[in-house]
Write a protein that binds this ligand. Structure first.
Ligand SMILES: [Zn+2]
Length: 210
C-alpha cells in the first residue's frame, strides 16, 4: 500500500515539475530580446492582434505586448527619441509574432498577398519587423490615408493621389525609419524591418500575460 502511495506521489511530483517547466518556458523572455513598453519607453502600444479589430476579426494574441530582437529595439528607440525631439512619438500595432500565430493567420486567410506563408515566415516571426505609425503630442495618430492593415493600393508607398498633408506624414515616417536602418515594403506604409541580422530562425516562443 505504501508503495502504491509513494509511486502515486512520485508521478504527481513529476507531473507538477513538468507543468512548472512548461509554464516557465512560456513566461521566459529569451536572451537577446527586449520588451518595449509605454512606461519604460513612452512608446504607445495598440497591438491589434490582441483585439478582434484586425483583418481576421479574431483575437490572436492573449494580450498585447511588444517584443523585438535587441538590435531592432535599439533602432526603434532611436526613432522614438528623434521623434520626441520634434514633439511626436511612435504607436506600435505589431512587433514579434510567434510562428504559431502566423499559422493561425494563414489558416484564416491563406493568401500570400495579405499574410506571409508560415512555411517561409514573416519578418515579424523573426522579431525583426514592426508595424507602426506616428502620433502627435496628444497621442493622436497622424493621418496616413488608410487605417492599419488596409490591403489595397491606397496603402502602397507609390500611391500618390493623396492630399499633401497625408503625403507629408508618410514621408516623415519613411525618412525617419530609413535614417535609423529600417526598410519599408512596397505595399504597407506601416511595416518596417531591420534586415542586416541573422534571419535564419523563425521563433515560436509565446509571451505570458501579466
Ligand atoms: Zn508588418
Amino acid at each position: 500500500m505504501a508503495d502504491i502511495k509513494n509511486t502515486s506521489l512520485f508521478f504527481l511530483g513529476t507531473l507538477l515539475m513538468f507543468l512548472t517547466t512548461i509554464k516557465a518556458q512560456k513566461i521566459e523572455i529569451p536572451k537577446g530580446w527586449v520588451e518595449i513598453t509605454t512606461d519604460k519607453h513612452q512608446i504607445l502600444l495598440h497591438i491589434k492582434y490582441a483585439t478582434k479589430d484586425n483583418f481576421t476579426s479574431t483575437r490572436l494574441y492573449p494580450c498585447g505586448r511588444c517584443f523585438l530582437r535587441e538590435e531592432v529595439a535599439k533602432a526603434l528607440l532611436e526613432v522614438q527619441h528623434a521623434l520626441q525631439q520634434k514633439g511626436y512619438g511612435l504607436l506600435l500595432y505589431d512587433c514579434y509574432r510567434p510562428l504559431t500565430i502566423q499559422y493561425k493567420m494563414w489558416n484564416i486567410r491563406p493568401d500570400p498577398h495579405y499574410v506571409a506563408n508560415p512555411a517561409k515566415g514573416s519578418m515579424h516571426n523573426r522579431g525583426q519587423a514592426v508595424d507602426l505609425t506616428i502620433v502627435d503630442s496628444e497621442g493622436c495618430p497622424l493621418d496616413m490615408g488608410t487605417p492599419y492593415d488596409f490591403f489595397g493600393k491606397k496603402a502602397h508607398w507609390a500611391y500618390s493621389a493623396l492630399p499633401a498633408p497625408i503625403q507629408n506624414h508618410r514621408q516623415m515616417l519613411l525618412r525617419i525609419m530609413k535614417k535609423y536602418g529600417f526598410h519599408p515594403i512596397r505595399t504597407e506604409w506601416w511595416h518596417f524591418s531591420i534586415k542586416h541580422l541573422d534571419n535564419s530562425h523563425l521563433y515560436s516562443w509565446e509571451w505570458d500575460c501579466k
